[in-house]
Ligand binder design. Structure first.
Ligand code: AMP
Ligand code: GLY
Length: 428
């Protein structure tokens, strides 16, 4: 079968890498891909949000399954588009993807289905939003309703800061249409955990847990990023938490979606805060996490193509997932300055010396090939994953590999996979 992976990040490299291992995969294309995906198949110069271009390519090249990496094309309706043209595609439809693309919609669903989440209000007028803030304890969490490149959440430490953020989003158009409506919610204390589920209408299958490190700096300091590293299994996940998660989050949601006539098929990834009162949903994502995918997939023993096809075809109940019991740790190497301004085009050295390392995978994210060199091309540049008998061993291996790679301005956190610093975020 010919596969098309849409996107250009570390997540897409990991998806393509894992799919390539399937004996049924004959050729793999990535649009637009990066310098890593190029080594697994062919990069196609079509942007991830060029729905028309992607559909034409899939038809002309007899693609058997297209796998969508990022959230934007899902929110724009790429799955509807592909389906209407008779093309097989992995991901939810535009309306189901609203669980991620509209925080107001997600909050409404959670309220209706009594899914545990932060207390919140949704607003389309700033005056009402200001008033609501005065009723909450500090810090206050302010979220743009729509997709805002991962920057749409502000944790305001003071009322003035909250007012300024609300004003910037709702009145000054900071995030364009995405911020015209907002959610304001209470700040939850705890540590975060990422759960991925393959969802096919009324069936679902949980993947291994992972813990992402969202802040840019060590000790969970500095601005939020797309994710600076992850560990799987998550060290803050337990059998009790999982039971509560199935009971209080997944089943109510699956039943609730069905009741609304929404046939969700794809990857659902609830981001959770593990609080003293149990797991609380921070957000729903409708696609694989980045960098969680780079951490989870090296632990997956089962054939990914079979799982994705079963999700699309509605035959998930026939699937048994097998996992490597070892731990995996991913360290993201970023361009200096990320998530703010950064330079690109810096040559990356040392990739060859990691190629032969056992149980180490270097997934490319913001990279591109320039003549004989691989150079930086984005904020998050590489995701270096290692497996180990324990998280500690995996961590040591991942950092040893990171130490072999250099590019000007390379930045990475030094504390990936160390125990969570619960509540410390509150101080920032
Ligand atoms: P979201 O896009 O909703 O997941 O928010 C991005 C990040 O902001 C999360 O991963 C958390 O680190 C933080 N965050 C969001 N909502 C809350 C909340 N209610 N309490 C504390 N932190 C939050
Ligand atoms: N790493 C978090 C996300 O993919 O949303």
């Amino acid at each position: 079968m010919r596969i098309l992976v849409v996107g250009s990040g570390g997540r897409e490299h990991a998806l393509a890498w894992k799919l390539r291992q399937s004996p049924r995969v004959e050729r793999i294309f990535c649009a637009p891909g990066n310098a890593g995906t190029e080594l697994l198949g062919e990069n196609v110069p079509i942007a991830a949000n060029d729905l028309q271009g992607l559909a034409v390519f899939a038809k002309q090249n007899e693609i058997g399954l297209t796998v969508i990496g990022p959230d934007d094309p899902l929110a724009a309706g790429i799955v509807n588009r592909f389906k209407s043209e008779g093309l097989r595609v992995f991901g939810p439809t535009k309306s189901a993807a609203r669980l991620e693309s509209s925080k107001i919609f997600a909050k409404e669903m959670m309220r209706k289905l009594r899914i545990p989440t932060a207390m919140s209000g949704s607003f389309d007028r700033s005056e009402k939003a200001f008033q609501f803030c005065t009723r909450l304890q500090l810090p206050i969490v302010i979220k743009a309703d729509g997709l805002a490149l991962g920057k749409g959440v502000v944790i305001a430490q003071t009322c003035d800061e909250a007012r300024a953020s609300i004003d910037a989003m709702m009145n000054q158009g900071q995030f364009g249409e995405a911020g015209r409506r907002i959610v304001i919610e209470e700040f939850l204390r705890g540590s975060e955990c990422s759960l991925h589920a393959l969802v096919s209408s009324k069936r679902y299958c949980l993947l291994a847990s992972a813990r992402d490190h969202k802040r840019a700096g060590d000790g969970d300091t500095g601005p939020n990023t797309g994710g600076m590293g992850a560990v799987s299994p998550a060290d803050n996940w337990s059998a009790d938490a999982e039971a509560a998660f199935h009971r209080e989050v997944m089943w109510p949601l699956i039943d609730g979606l069905a009741e609304c006539g929404m046939d969700f098929r794809g990857l659902l990834f609830p981001g959770l805060m593990m609080t003293a009162d149990g797991p609380r949903v921070l957000e729903f994502n409708c696609r694989f996490g980045d960098p969680e995918t780079q951490t989870i997939l090296p632990r997956l023993r089962s054939d990914l193509l079979t799982l994705l096809e079963a999700t699309v075809n509605g035959t998930l109940n026939d699937c048994v997932l097998e996992w490597d019991t070892r731990a995996a740790v991913t360290v993201v190497m970023a361009s200096g300055g990320y998530p703010g301004k950064y330079e690109t085009g810096k040559p990356i050295r040392g990739l060859d010396s990691c190629a032969g390392l056992e149980d180490v995978h270097v997934f490319h994210a913001g990279t591109r090939r320039e003549k004989d060199e691989v150079v930086t091309a984005g904020g998050r540049v590489l995701a270096v994953t290692a497996l180990g008998e324990t998280a500690r061993e995996a961590r040591e291996r991942a950092y040893a590999a990171v130490g072999k790679i250099q590019f000007e301005g390379a930045y990475y956190r030094r504390d990936i996979a160390l125990p969570p610093v619960a509540a410390k975020v509150a101080a920032h």
